[in-house]
Design a protein around this ligand. Sequence first.
Ligand code: CLF
Ligand code: SF4
Length: 508
Amino acid sequence: MESETHVNAPAVPVSEHKGCGATSGSGRASCGSSMAPQDMAPGVWDKVKNHPCYSEEAHHHYARMHVAVAPACNIQCHYCNRKYDCANESRPGVVSERLTPEQAARKALAVASAIPQMTVLGIAGPGDPLANPEKTFKTFELIAREAPDIKLCLSTNGLALPDYIDRIKDLNVDHVTITINMVDPDIGARIYPWIYYRHKRHMGREASEILHERQMRGLEMLTERGILCKVNSVMIPGINDQHLVDVNKAVKSRGAFLHNIMPLISSPEHGTVFGLSGQRGPTAQELKALQDRCEGQMNMMRHCRQCRADAVGLLGEDRSAEFTTTKVMEMELSYDPAARRAYQEAVEGERQEKAAAKEAELAGLQGRGTDITILVAVATKGEGRVNEHFGHAKEFQIYEASARGAKFVGHRRVDLYCQGGYAEDDSLPAIIRALNDCTAVLVAKIGGCPRATLEEAGIEPVDACAHEFIDAAVLGYYKSYIERVERGEITCAAKGDAMIRQGAYVAA
Ligand code: CLF
Ligand code: SF4
């Protein structure tokens, strides 16, 4: 599966997920994967600029799709159960339909026709793509032939990776994810009960020794060939949480481009070994602390949505129900590379405007001696703008704002406040809990009742920056915030335990 780390989807309110981060060589605050063209070699920028997973900034504008052509797996992870299949559940390993390569190619053309911002096709399960090599490579071949402007992406547990490197390279697959949860086989033995390798089942520590050796070799072979490699790791408290710092060092030293530490999703109803044994996932604060610890080492991804193996759309949205096999077979295909290119050029123009707006706000912060850092929540439905009503937000994006800039650090899912035009007052306390370490929430619009309740909770609702670009809006808010602190209109208070120092909105 997109062993994209088969973690299963949470309905947990406080952001189980991540963001990205790292300070670029230029010294500007910049999420690792939201680096700008000047922060990397031109060839690398070309590969990541419109890949929604490899570039945090791109995920606001570009979409991915997965085709579920790979049902079998060659290992067993204690957090995985592919038997469970539900259209309403969103987590890796879950799919509604399995496709043949031919069906997958037709679906890719249908999605490319309808969603011009879909730039990446990934094979991520529901099993392991390289345990199903013929279906996986046949699918890539068909899509490369019929829609050559779509990037191909592969996610694997790595066991079979060294055997297929040349085929991956020949097919121009230049984004590969390996799920690596350990570099110590003793820890591996607590995550993987068995692997199936060279026609034999291996158990316990021996299984993890083989898996580890194959993962490291596969990673080295990818980087030697210039294929960008992202490493996904599932954070499992009490098992590999501290150890992931060693994993981070090991994959960095072997040339991985990006590290995505994602939370274990564990629930008894998923029927996994961890779910049934009561193994918990990390809290949002634990996850962020670990990501922050690793951030100095290499680029960290924090905007992963732990998507289904048949997900379609922008990260965080799933339009797969619009593209079932039945619907796809009935659709008239109008795949038009020129129209797609024109659409994407318009997106690039908007991105440049956005970057200019951010630079202008950053310039206004230069010379400020403050060390105040705050978290700001943002309601958005895409395009990198503050453009969602508070009541319609299913999630909030979280930015860390300081005099160094605005950095995306994760997202937090919530229950809708407004359903069918009616306020759901029961959901407001959960939303406030999800945002309780944030100083402000930037929205396109908000009603009087939630506004008052948020203010009482010390979270400032702000709709003055409706439809502005997010980075510029966050920096603009931060600037006004520190000016009010300097004038004594508000005071700073410690808020949450994840921040070194952050300001709470406290009326003076
Ligand atoms: Fe899919 Fe994975 Fe490619 Fe992205 S997902 S195969 S790299 S195109 Fe992305 Fe989804 Fe997270 Fe994966 S948000 S689960 S990291
Ligand atoms: Fe992925 Fe296989 Fe592990 Fe499931 S058992 S998470 S399909 S690698």
